[in-house]
Design a protein around this ligand. Structure first.
Ligand SMILES: C[S@@+](CC[C@H](N)C(=O)[O-])C[C@H]1O[C@@H](n2cnc3c(N)ncnc32)[C@H](O)[C@@H]1O
Length: 204
């Protein structure tokens, strides 16, 4: 792949600067089909407190807010550019029902048992030490709370790992095993064409 294209696609790992802003806009639309399908698998309740990790440009925060009346939605992303975009996209509810901060899945700056639902859309590929990050997700989830991982790159030999620096692809089965090892239960792999997967699970 030509260098300018590689520079653009690598932005999805941690968007920065001008290309990062374009990528964030692109992902807010491009990930809609996967995200809307993944969210449709979840049984939303009103007044939930939710977290979207690797929230990117913030479209998922908006989608979560629509599905639970009176909800509070938190977003966290390692990229300052993503945080700025997510705040802009959610400007109306910001500071009232939507809260966005910069940080990493490795050390979530939230108290234990805070969230009813945690989502991670197209982001686990970039989390360093995924088993440790899953422990963090487990810690901040309420007992009985749900976690949903949504991915559309499922094959470790895919061309994406060559294009995007720092990307690790996990198969749905690998994710299921990691989630079970972290203590999650009710772990289910959902599949949809073309290559969508959502892995849902619960904290007992
Ligand atoms: C492919 S984008 C997906 C963004 C968004 N979830 C979406 O569906 O449009 C991956 C996002 O994960 C973020 N990210 C990467 N590593 C992270 C980490 N360790 N902790 C939190 N976010 C991370 C990136 O900055 C980027 O915004």
């Amino acid at each position: 792949m030509k260098k300018p294209m590689k520079s653009f696609f690598t932005q999805c790992a941690r968007p920065q600067g001008f290309l990062g802003r374009i990528m964030l806009r692109f992902m807010n639309f491009g990930h809609a089909p996967l995200t809307n399908w993944g969210l449709s698998l979840l049984d939303f309740q009103d007044k939930w407190t939710m977290l979207d990790i690797g929230c990117g440009g913030g479209a998922t925060l908006k989608r979560l807010l629509k599905r639970s009346e009176g909800a509070t939605v938190h977003g966290i992303d390692i990229s300052a550019e993503a945080v700025a975009k997510a705040k802009k996209v959610n400007a109306r509810a910001l500071g009232k029902q939507v809260f966005v901060i910069q940080g990493s899945a490795e050390k979530l700056p939230y108290p234990d048992a805070m969230f009813d639902l945690i989502t991670a859309v197209e982001t686990v590929y970039f989390w360093p030490d995924l088993p440790n990050c899953l422990q963090e997700v487990y810690r901040v989830l309420k007992p009985g709370g749900s976690f949903a991982i949504m991915v559309e790159v499922l094959d470790g030999t895919s061309i994406w790992t060559e294009i995007v620096d720092g990307m690790t692809v996990y198969s749905p089965d690998e994710l299921l095993t990691l989630l079970n090892s972290a203590g999650f239960t009710h772990t289910v792999i959902h599949r949809k064409k073309p290559s969508y997967a959502t892995i849902t699970c619960r904290k007992p």
